[in-house]
Design a binder for this molecule. Structure first.
Ligand code: GZL
Length: 307
């Protein structure tokens, strides 16, 4: 776990700087890199002293980082939970220490909603629905089976669970759409490539890849090309995130559609931190603005893309 401090300045009461302990999932994808940059830059410009921890995608590292923040008596704790379950004990410790907690990006399945002040992030079920809805339109005229393989995100994470559910809901009731294989690619390029290689060996016909993030789609593209097939043509690809490399592949016709998931949560997070630090009430859920891209829209958006 990497604990670093950055930022500084005075809080709204004019006392010392508000200290924020932030536990980040890791550095597994382009999305995560952009999210980390947004949090760190926003803390600096908001004059908030940031203690930042990278958990390398391990829940035990996030739990120990949160315990360390409690010991350091930070003013506010924020984190993106790598998986949905297993947080109640440490969140109760934060509550006992009177340190408010903000969830960003991913959520937890705790029944006790008093364990955190708010959730700031995307609706992943909607993201999955958008991907599935595009697919049903793209293959509306298909008469035979449409064989789909799915690269899931990190097992047990909110985005993996919810993107899978939203997609399944969107294609439900249309028997021609068949998910013939579905496995985690851990949100990384390397694992996405490895699992796609296995899918290509085990499946006689693959029409579509649904990847829960661009990094896995980009890894899968390498596997598809190595198998002598054309990504975006022989195998259609729909993905989520809309990071620069994914958008470039979309502009190049190797990916066919991307549902955006906005990583730039920093500014809204720092506003929430200041409000919560000052004891102000905040909404229990704040969803981020995000859109979806086809090839034309990606070409237009690419030059000014921040991430
Ligand atoms: C989604 C975020 C996911 C991204 C992946 O909000 O948690 O984790 O979609 C990232 O790229 O690894």
């Amino acid at each position: 776990t990497l604990l670093t401090a950055c930022g500084g300045g005075s809080d709204s009461a004019g006392g010392g700087a508000v200290t924020l302990g932030f536990s980040q999932v890791g550095a597994e994808s382009g999305w995560r890199t952009a999210n980390t940059k947004s949090v760190q830059e926003s803390a600096k410009s908001a004059g908030i002293e940031l203690k930042f921890s990278d958990a390398q995608q391990k829940q035990e590292n996030q739990i120990s980082a949160i315990r360390s923040f409690i010991q350091q008596k930070v003013k506010v704790i924020a984190f993106s939970p790598v998986v949905e379950s297993g947080w109640d004990t440490v969140l109760k410790e934060a509550k006992t220490a009177n340190i408010p907690v903000i969830l960003t990006d991913r959520s937890v399945d705790s029944a006790d909603k008093t364990l955190y002040k708010t959730f700031l992030g995307s609706d992943f079920v909607t993201e999955g629905k958008k991907a599935g809805t595009w697919l049903t339109k793209e293959f509306a005229s298909a008469t035979g089976d449409v064989n789909i393989v799915e690269l899931q995100g990190t097992t047990g994470s909110a985005p993996a669970n919810d993107r899978k559910k939203g997609f399944a809901d969107a294609i439900a009731g249309q028997a021609k759409f068949k998910v013939v294989a579905s496995q985690t690619g851990e949100f990384t390029r390397a694992k996405g490539k490895e699992v796609m290689e296995a899918f290509l060996k085990s499946q006689s016909k693959i029409d579509v890849l649904y990847a829960h993030n661009d990094d896995m789609a980009l890894g899968a593209i390498e596997a598809i090309e190595a198998a002598g097939k054309k990504p975006g043509t022989d195998i259609k690809i729909v993905s989520v995130d809309a990071v620069k490399d994914g958008m470039q592949a979309l502009a190049d016709g190797k990916i066919n559609y991307i549902v955006e998931c906005n990583p730039l949560l920093g500014p809204q997070l720092m506003d929430l931190v200041k409000k919560v630090a000052a004891g102000q009430e905040v909404p229990t859920r704040i969803e981020t603005e995000e859109t979806e891209f086809d090839q034309a829209k990606a070409k237009e958006a690419l030059p000014k893309r921040q991430y």
